[in-house]
Design a protein around this ligand. Structure first.
Ligand code: FES
Length: 99
């Protein structure tokens, strides 16, 4: 499985955009746990690199929809879901399982 970044590149509450198999993915460090979610909001495509991070979810910068970091579910409008990828961290390297 591909190593996409090193843990030290993403500080606590930080984000890093990567590309994997043609998809743009946002890596997020939430207090030491790393999550991988699609980089654009499924609502109207706002870049989520500017999203506000809260405990366990992110909030889209455009209309504020809140998405769970673990499963991508939308707390406000269940018909929207953020794509997520399984992440492993091994020896300081972040590995994302391709979809
Ligand atoms: S574009 Fe993200 S909530 Fe509308």
């Amino acid at each position: 499985m591909p190593v996409v970044a090193r843990l030290q590149e993403i500080p606590n509450l930080g984000k890093k955009k990567i590309e994997l198999n043609g998809e743009e993915i946002l890596l997020i460090n939430m207090k030491g746990s790393i999550y991988a979610v699609e980089a654009e909001c499924p609502h109207q495509g706002a870049p989520l690199a500017a999203a506000i991070l809260k405990e366990g979810y992110l909030s889209c910068p455009r209309h504020g929809y809140r998405y769970d970091l673990k499963d991508g579910s939308c707390k406000d409008f269940p018909e929207y879901r953020l794509k997520t990828w399984p992440v492993h961290v091994e020896n300081g390297e972040i590995i994302v399982e391709p979809a």
